[in-house]
Design a protein around this ligand. Structure first.
Ligand SMILES: NC(=O)c1ccc[n+]([C@@H]2O[C@H](COP(=O)([O-])OP(=O)(O)OC[C@H]3O[C@@H](n4cnc5c(N)ncnc54)[C@H](OP(=O)(O)O)[C@@H]3O)[C@@H](O)[C@H]2O)c1
Length: 395
């Protein structure tokens, strides 16, 4: 049996597979293939088909059916992390930002495909302008709401109207509740018409992020939000926030990948019971920039393991106990992005050490939102609590 990703030859075919072992286990035991009745292709796999996998260092990520049809394992068991309020969050979710405002039907189709592919965790935001499409896909999938984990976020210009902004998000999503509501950025925007940009209040001007957080805490009483978290918070700003918290954030969503492993922040947050969520885990590749997908070190590791570069990056993140939210509209990538592999300690070290190579420790995604004045959504690096060199070195 080969250890490699293999895809169904029929586009949009999503035969499901259950991998009957937790990802933490070093040696896989059995793979149980489950037929997808809705699949239009002719793949027929019966429930009885169990496969003994080869014992070996890595996990099984693809198998051939006994009928020699190529099938893709989709509904891989993704681990759940228990958060500091006792709730559970799937360790991999689908990022839904198309790197532009909105996205309409593209977002709806992406989420529907992802639900078919086994995704049960979605990351959206008021600032992405796509809550409606994400919510509609969840409803139309017919999957019970309580099997899906949904995150949305408070936009910068809404810090002084938390309750109204949250109600608006719920209305746009057309859902009864959200699992997680994040303070998207620490800075409060001045201009309702400007989602991002330099027109923001200074850290000591009202509404400060502490004031905004206290308003967010009140939302928990309604039962319409299960957990609260923050995003883009440094140790410096968490040190200001945490003494005022009645509710400690369950997560801090930040840019995180092997070039920006956030080691210090991770240690700090773990000590406070806050789990990190990794945004831009692939280094935010776009058609005109490779992100980390073409990195030679990671490619060599992926080739050695016969898997994709993205799988290496996502598995590394999950194995470090961070939640990972890659975005893709491509059904084949959707499938491979939720097919985690067990990386050996040696492989983990290669990735852990990558940012120590010359010029490799850097931010890849955030550099794209630094304004001409060198501000990050209007704040200086010092106000953000971020070392300046991180985003200055671009790819
Ligand atoms: N809290 C924040 O401030 C913040 C900031 C940024 C992002 N986020 C969240 O994090 C999510 C993910 O971050 P991101 O979208 O910036 O970056 P990302 O997930 O690192 O990269 C997304 C890009 O990678 C491509 N891609 C996905 N899977 C791939 C694969 N297996 N092989 C090759 N390319 C692949 C996608 O293209 P295709 O679609 O064509 O596959 C897309 O262009 C966002 O969608 C958003 O939900 C949060």
């Amino acid at each position: 049996m080969r250890r490699e990703i293999i895809s169904c030859s029929t586009p949009l075919c999503f035969p499901k597979a259950k991998i009957a072992f937790p990802v933490e286990e070093p040696k896989p035991s059995k793979v149980l293939m489950v037929p997808n009745e809705e699949c239009p292709c002719e793949v027929t796999v019966s429930r009885e088909d169990e496969f003994e996998t080869e014992a070996g260092g890595g996990c099984m990520v693809g198998v051939k059916s006994p009928f020699n049809r190529i099938i893709t394992p989709m509904a891989l068991k993704i681990p759940h992390f228990t958060l500091n309020d006792g709730t559970e969050m799937p360790a991999v979710g689908l990022g839904t930002s198309l790197a532009m405002f909105g996205g309409g039907e593209r977002v709806y189709q992406m989420c529907l495909n992802a639900l078919k592919a086994g995704y049960r965790h979605f990351d959206t935001a008021a600032g992405y302008g796509n809550e409606n499409e994400v919510g509609r896909a969840i409803q139309d999938s017919g999957i019970p709401r309580n099997e899906i984990y949904l995150t949305t976020k408070l936009a910068n210009p809404d810090h002084n109207r938390v309750q109204a902004a949250f109600e608006k998000s719920l209305k746009d999503l057309d859902l009864e509740y959200v699992d997680l509501y994040l303070l998207h950025w620490p800075q409060a925007g001045k201009d309702r018409a400007e989602l991002w940009g330099d027109a923001v209040f200074r850290p000591d001007e009202s509404p400060t992020f502490v004031e905004t957080w206290k308003e967010m805490e009140k939302l928990l009483e309604s039962g319409k939000v299960k957990s609260l978290g923050v995003s883009n918070f440094s140790i410096k700003n968490l040190e200001i926030l945490l003494p005022h918290c009645t509710v400690v954030p369950v997560t801090n969503q930040v840019e995180l990948h092997p070039c920006l492993p956030q080691n210090e922040l991770k240690d700090y947050c773990e000590e406070k019971g806050i789990i990190l969520t990794a945004f831009s885990p692939l280094g935010f590749p776009l058609p005109n920039r490779p992100g980390l997908i073409k990195n030679e070190t990671i490619k060599a590791l992926a080739n050695k393991l016969s898997i994709d570069v993205a799988q290496v990056l996502i598995s590394w993140g999950v194995q470090r106990k961070t939640v990972v939210i890659p975005k893709t509209e491509n059904p084949q990538r959707m499938a491979s992005n939720i097919t985690l592999v067990q990386l050996s300690p040696e492989d983990m070290k290669v990735l852990d050490d990558l940012h120590r190579q010359p010029k490799m420790h850097r931010s890849i995604a955030v550099s794209s939102i630094v304004s001409a004045k060198g501000r990050i959504n209007g704040w200086t690096c010092d106000e953000m609590g971020w070392p300046e060199h991180l985003y200055r070195l671009d790819i």
